[in-house]
Design a protein around this ligand. Structure first.
Ligand SMILES: NC(=O)c1ccc[n+]([C@@H]2O[C@H](COP(=O)([O-])OP(=O)(O)OC[C@H]3O[C@@H](n4cnc5c(N)ncnc54)[C@H](O)[C@@H]3O)[C@@H](O)[C@H]2O)c1
Ligand SMILES: O=C(O)C[C@H](O)C(=O)O
Length: 347
């Protein structure tokens, strides 16, 4: 029989029996949008979620009413753009996902979204710092390379920053990388894992093919594959012709990241995901935040693993990425001054 639970197991990477104690509140800010709706639906199918709070400046309650009819155990609540409702949506949340903001149109870079999205994320981060300071925060809104440092500064200014709990969602980059490499190799993408490091835009996205199952890919094939992974988002933006950017694949990726954090928070071990987090790896190059393979634990980030051995070609990609990334991070500090406050919990 096809049930919502079996649907979730099918889309997830591993079926995992869920004990009765696994009860988490998950909040989505921007839940009525192109990503927000399918993401909320996938979260409704997750047996670890007991309460799903859906907030948007437009249409949160409607989306919640619709999703609430899906016959899984979780309770769904919808919230309008009123401060008390935002507070109610956030209070008690274990995980908060933020896909609020505008998407790209053809010809735009993610950085072009800064003008609109930076202040949206800053204001939602203030609310999260006030009402859900202990939640794990998953930032989806672009430009991720800047919206994550903005969120960190907001949390620092409120004295509640814990870098183990702040994640820029870069899962879509590894989802794409495994799919695109499998198309070239004629393999099952489920068996392909490609580490992707750096940030989440254009040349800041660095796939480490030398660490994949196919380290010998080189020449024009490698050039084309790396470009496709770096500019996969543009492929979708162009195909949608002005109607937005990736929403469905992003919902899949965001749901996978949230599920990985939930599983880790209930004690499952050996869970790795990439994410754009505060990181020591390239701090000396001006990149206080960096995406790499992260081991997740009950607190969020358990360990940031070193990048490991890379090829000469990849060294070049990393050097290029670091320059753009440092600029994107500094730009965030113009919106929310970098406080240089000591961390509550240094990694
Ligand atoms: N991290 C990634 O890999 C990734 C992938 C795809 C898209 N994105 C980004 O995600 C964001 C959302 O994309 P989308 O396609 O869902 O856009 P969308 O326009 O379809 O949806 C955005 C939603 O946010 C809501 N919103 C706007 N301001 C808000 C606020 N202050 N509070 C609450 N809700 C608010 C809107 O009402 C809308 O429902 C974009 O910035 C996009 O670039 C990131
Ligand atoms: O490309 C975009 O603007 C959306 C997103 O960041 C993506 O990678 O698909």
């Amino acid at each position: 029989m096809f049930t919502a639970r079996s649907a979730f197991s099918a889309i997830g990477r591993r079926a995992f029996s869920v004990s009765a104690q696994q009860n988490s509140k998950v909040t989505v800010l921007g839940a009525a949008g192109g990503i927000g709706q399918p993401l909320s639906l996938l979260l409704k199918l997750n047996p670890r979620v007991s309460e799903l709070a859906l907030y948007d400046i437009r249409g949160g309650p409607g989306v919640a009413a619709d999703i609430s009819h899906v016959n899984t155990k979780s309770k769904v609540t919808g919230y309008d753009a009123v401060p008390e409702q935002l507070k109610a949506a956030l209070e008690g949340a274990d995980i908060v996902l933020i896909p609020a903001g505008v998407p790209r149109k053809p010809g735009m870079t993610r950085d072009d979204l800064f003008k609109t999205n930076a202040s949206i994320v800053r204001d939602l981060a203030k609310a999260a710092a006030n009402h859900a300071p202990n939640a794990k925060l998953l930032i989806i809104s672009n430009p991720v390379n800047s919206t994550v440092p903005i969120t960190a500064e907001v949390f620092k200014s409120k004295g509640v920053y814990n870098p183990k709990r702040l994640f820029g969602v870069t899962t879509l980059d590894v989802v794409r990388a495994s799919k695109f490499i499998s198309e070239i190799q004629g393999t099952d993408p489920a068996n392909e894992e490609v580490t992707v490091i750096g940030g989440h835009s254009g040349v800041t996205i660095v796939p480490l093919l030398s660490q994949s199952n196919h380290p010998s890919i080189d020449g024009e094939t490698r050039e084309a594959l790396v470009k496709r992974i770096q500019f996969g988002g543009d492929e979708v933006v162009e195909a949608k012709g002005g109607a937005g950017s990736a929403t469905l694949s992003m919902a899949f990726a965001g749901s996978r990241m949230a599920d990985s954090l939930l599983r880790a928070s209930y004690g499952e071990t050996g869970i790795f995901e990439p994410a754009f987090v505060q990181s020591p790896l390239y701090k000396d190059d001006g990149c206080e935040f960096f995406s790499s393979r992260i081991e997740l634990g009950p607190e969020g980030v358990k360990e940031i693993h070193p990048v490991g051995k890379v090829s000469k070609y990849e060294e070049g990609l990393i050097a290029t990425a670091l320059k753009d990334l440092a600029t994107n991070i500094k730009k965030a500090w113009h919106l929310v001054p970098h406080s240089f406050m000591p961390l509550l919990t240094p990694i």
